[in-house]
Design a protein around this ligand. Structure first.
Ligand code: GDP
Length: 423
């Protein structure tokens, strides 16, 4: 009977293990593998006047030549009265230790160059909107497996290092985009200002931004992170608006180190030196610490707000048309029918998407159920085998025990016990 006890105990232990361990502790690993396979992506829009070092900064951030310098690229210069803003998209796939990042850099050559800059922000706003629209359209199609996210995830606005305060165009542009993008203002070419000038300039910019009600990117709920991360995030935020220096060139410092920087008769400004400028903090924000958060905030808040507003507007516009244009009853009826048909179509599409989702989910559930079932069966078979083995052993042991004394009466007893087990 002690063997029986042992077996029962073992069955209990195995059962407990099977019930207790669900497997979600493995999720981070799954997610990790999947992310590596899929790669990451980031869409950055870099806006500011020509010559403020946008191309250089982007190239410095990713340590390779992603953007060509505008001055070299631009063949024919238009006169300053007619310069129009254009949108340019540059993509690059970069790989770091096997991790792939698909980078989209959107620039707006011509911004701020015209004598009359009244509407130069419009093309930029249109571009942001049209990227939202493409996403909205793709999202509402039935087959959504290939939705490409081209929305702007981070918007770097380059402020001229005047040392005074923001210009009207800076404020207008930032006000036009701040609710559509994660706005990250940077003071361009900050090596042209002294430390003191930078501190004062930053102060004035922050005051202006606050006064104008302009929202800049803020990580959400970071206070709940680990202490060290919270500290780091606070340090990053304390550097807003980042005073940056860009350079992909290597120079030698007076003490003989080779660094990325800019060389002057009076010394070297190092890009990757936190005492010299805020480049490192900007890179931490964009890539190392908050890349995913920038994307999440774009998707969950900025895009969602845009979408809701757009759908509301469309609803109101449709209603107005119905009221204004269709006084005659027949036409009104016709329009209503059309409208209803449209709604029905939309509803059908939504239902189809919903059903597809449900069936996908069901399949997934079925799969995991089958998986569980087969694991359970496997375990059961194993146990049955074990029981059989132990039982045989027991029979043998008992045989051995009884054989020398009463060779004839050895068989009935084990059969009884076996019945007991198999019940
Ligand atoms: P973009 O037109 O804004 O893209 O500017 P570019 O990156 O083409 O740079 C314009 C010029 O400014 C080039 O001669 C760069 O070498 C220079 N430049 C770029 N970044 C900096 C910087 O941080 N400090 C200084 N002093 N010059 C810079």
């Amino acid at each position: 009977t002690s063997i029986k006890d042992n077996i029962q105990q073992e069955v209990k232990i195995i059962k407990r293990k099977l019930n207790g361990y669900v497997g979600f502790a493995n999720l981070p690993k799954q997610w990790h593998r999947k992310s590596i396979r899929r790669g990451f992506s980031l869409n950055i829009m870099a806006v500011g006047e020509a010559g403020l070092g946008k191309a250089t900064l982007i190239n410095t951030l990713f340590n390779r030549e992603i953007l060509k310098k505008e001055v070299e690229v631009e063949e024919e210069q238009e006169s300053s009265e007619t310069v129009s803003v254009k949108i340019k998209n540059t993509t690059a796939e970069i790989d770091e230790d096997g991790v792939k990042l698909k980078l989209n850099v959107i620039t707006a050559p011509g911004f701020g160059e015209s004598v009359n800059n009244v509407n130069s922000w419009k093309i930029i706003v249109d571009e942001i909107n049209s990227r939202f629209d493409s996403f909205l359209e793709a999202e509402s199609r039935i087959n959504r497996s290939t939705v490409n996210d081209e929305r702007v995830h981070a918007f770097l606005y380059f402020i001229e290092p005047t040392g005074h305060s923001l210009r009207a165009l800076d404020i207008t542009l930032m006000k036009q985009v701040h609710e559509k993008v994660n706005l990250i203002p940077v003071i361009a070419k900050s090596d042209t200002l002294t430390g003191e000038e930078i501190a004062e300039f930053k102060q004035r910019i922050l005051e202006d931004i606050k006064y104008q009600g302009i929202k800049t990117f803020q990580p959400l709920d970071f206070e709940n992170d680990e202490e060290e991360t919270v500290l780091n995030t606070k340090q990053i935020l304390s550097k807003f608006p980042f005073a940056v220096v860009g350079s992909t060139k290597e120079v030698e410092t007076p003490d003989g180190r080779i660094v990325r920087g800019r060389s002057y008769p009076w010394g070297v400004i190092e890009v990757d030196n936190e005492d010299h400028n805020d480049f490192i903090k900007l890179r931490q924000l964009l890539v190392r610490n908050f890349l995913e958060e920038l994307k999440e905030h774009t998707a969950n808040t900025l895009y969602e707000n845009y979408r809701t507003e757009k759908l509301n507007r469309m609803g109101i516009a449709q209603d107005n048309t119905v009221f204004r244009e269709f006084d005659p009853l027949a036409k009104q009826e016709e329009e209503r029918a059309l409208h209803e048909a449209k709604l029905a179509k939309m509803e059908a599409e939504m239902k189809a998407v919903f059903q597809q989702k449900v069936s996908e989910k069901e399949k997934k559930l079925q799969r995991s159920e089958a998986d569980l079932f087969s694991r359970h069966k496997e375990m059961k078979d194993k146990l049955t085998k074990q029981i059989k083995l132990l039982e045989d052993k027991k029979v043998q042991l008992e045989k051995q025990k009884t054989l020398p004394q009463e060779p004839a009466a050895s068989s009935p007893a084990p059969t009884k016990t076996r019945k007991g087990f198999l019940r």
